[in-house]
Design a protein around this ligand. Structure first.
Ligand code: PNS
Length: 163
């Protein structure tokens, strides 16, 4: 039986915490589809096409079982379209838990056959967030080691004073 999972997120932009979760999930599942939410209510720093391209470059080394796709609407519908029975999410700290628990219960209520699997973020990335990486890049802070190289390049281009 082939085990398929989606790893949904805003990924504006992908951080090394996300990348670490994707790397580990790629080993656990036969096929992993990283889903980049196109949320018209939010004004992201990077367009949906930019985010998809950055993540594709970042996960390229993980192998052919990792794909990246944009989606809108519900995560469970994205999972169903991809034949996925699992949603992967990373947990950095207890502070993530409440919102993630609510999402996991909601998704299970919407789609009984889809379970959420949590991976604990690597300890060294426990403090990291997309918001933090953007803020550091914007004000010239060091972001080496926080984001994958394609994201670092994109952030440097967006905030030229960083380089
Ligand atoms: O990276 P994020 O912003 O923490 O990801 C949140 C995301 C995209 C997983 C969540 O907002 C989501 O699943 N949005 C799609 C809409 C949906 O399915 N809502 C019901 C589940 S709460």
């Amino acid at each position: 039986m082939s085990r398929v999972a989606v790893f949904p997120g805003s990924f504006d932009p992908m951080t090394n915490a996300h990348l670490d979760v994707a790397r580990r999930a790629a080993v656990l599942f036969d096929r992993l589809v990283v889903g980049v939410l196109n949320n018209p209510k939010k004004a992201p720093l990077f367009s949906i096409d930019e985010r998809v391209a950055q993540i594709r470059d970042s996960v390229a080394e993980f192998g052919a079982n990792v794909e990246v796709a944009a989606f809108d609407g519900l995560t469970v519908d994205f999972a169903r379209r991809n034949g996925a029975d699992f949603i992967v999410r990373g947990l950095r700290a207890v502070s993530d838990f409440e919102a993630e628990l609510q999402m996991a219960h909601t998704n299970r209520k919407l789609q009984r056959g889809v379970d959420t699997v949590f991976l604990m973020s690597a300890l060294e990335f426990g403090y990291l967030s997309s918001t933090l990486a953007k803020e550091l890049a914007q004000f010239g802070g060091e972001i080496a080691g926080m984001v994958p190289p394609p994201v670092a390049v994109a952030l440097a281009a967006r905030f030229p004073q960083t380089g």
